[in-house]
Design a protein around this ligand. Sequence first.
Ligand code: HEC
Length: 128
Amino acid sequence: MPIHRPSPFWLGLGLVALASGSALAQEGDPEAGAKVFNKCRACHVVDAAQNRVGPSLNGVFGRPAGTVEGFKYSNAMKDSGVVCSEETIAAYIADPKGYVPGNRMAFPGLKTQEEVTDLVAYLKTAAQ
Ligand code: HEC
């Protein structure tokens, strides 16, 4: 009897499928995200350095939280030590109060993971 072992070919194919599957799950749809951003527009501008009720989100990726010039942040946000990235923004907008306790953003959080990934995809295209 030959010993049955999974061939490296099938193993490789499985890994590729897994990797592309998770990439898709994380990528999000920027067009759907633009609609989700309607929930943020009342307070945030993303395509210009303009502060409103909330700080401008222009150039937000890679920026330490609480550092937009001319915006009066809460101490909680200034002292959060968070650097804005895909991961931290996703965590924050899913649960603002839970992620940065004491921060002043009056937003309850997005309900679904899909809204979160779509919104982050949109911000990545719009916040440059
Ligand atoms: C009711 C107004 C309001 C809404 C709606 C709102 N925000 Fe905010 N946001 C704020 C305020 C105010 C702050 C500053 C909070 C602080 O200083 O504690 C803030 C902070 C932030 C920050 C941190 C920015 C920085 O420079 O530190 C991000 C990122 C952010 N908001 C994203 C979003 C996104 C994305 C949405 C929509 C899902 C959203 N906000 C909805 C008012 C709002």
